[in-house]
Design a protein. Structure first.
Length: 190
């Protein structure tokens, strides 16, 4: 089988994050504006690749004041850096449906390699074509990406933890070749 192209289904894709708050509680949030594409080689998954974009202004923790602070220059600076991007550079099979996907993550124009643990959840042929599902997780140090704002607590420690946990659920829809475009390409090459 040849490689196939897939795009995110934004209504069924979640990019969630969590961080410690005041050293003892966890704050969770998500980004609601996500898009991406995968090129899947189902016979040789290691030859697959993908790229994704998250709009920083779409951050949502359920608390508008906190969301505004996250969009500000103290954190994502959404006006100046409107996107977070990830482009895969390597896919490594770990056994079964589990993979290590390494790529370049860019936040605030700082690019660092990050590896996600990815589980392929399967695919099915639905009424609107083929769909595939993936679950990905990783941890990163936010300060590595210039997200250094913090406040020291009187009792010791920090207001916002450095470690960020990412949990991503991807619903991908196969992009079918456009027959009209393919016919035009054949006719143009003749």
């Amino acid at each position: 089988m040849t490689s196939t192209t897939w795009k995110t289904d934004p209504t069924h894709t979640d990019v969630q994050f969590s961080a410690k708050h005041m050293m003892v509680t966890t704050v969770r949030g998500k980004f609601t504006d996500v898009e991406g594409t995968l090129t899947l080689d189902e016979a040789n998954p290691a030859a697959s690749s993908g790229s994704f974009t998250v709009r920083t202004a779409s951050v949502n923790t359920g608390v508008e004041q906190r969301d505004g602070h996250l969009r500000s220059g103290d954190f994502f600076d959404a006006e100046r850096y409107p996107e977070i991007t990830f482009t895969s550079t390597r896919v490594e099979a770990k056994g079964g449906n589990d993979y290590a996907v390494t790529g370049d993550l860019t936040i605030r124009d700082v690019t660092k390699p990050v590896t996600f643990d990815v589980e392929f959840l399967g695919n099915y042929d639905g009424f609107q074509g083929r769909r595939a599902g993936f679950h990905a997780t990783t941890k990163l140090n936010r300060e590595d990406f210039g997200l250094t704002w913090n406040v020291a607590l009187e009792s010791g420690g920090w207001l916002v933890g450095k470690e960020i946990k990412l949990e991503i659920d991807l619903a991908m829809d196969q992009v079918l070749p456009d027959a009209t475009t393919a016919d035009e390409a054949v006719a143009a090459s003749a």
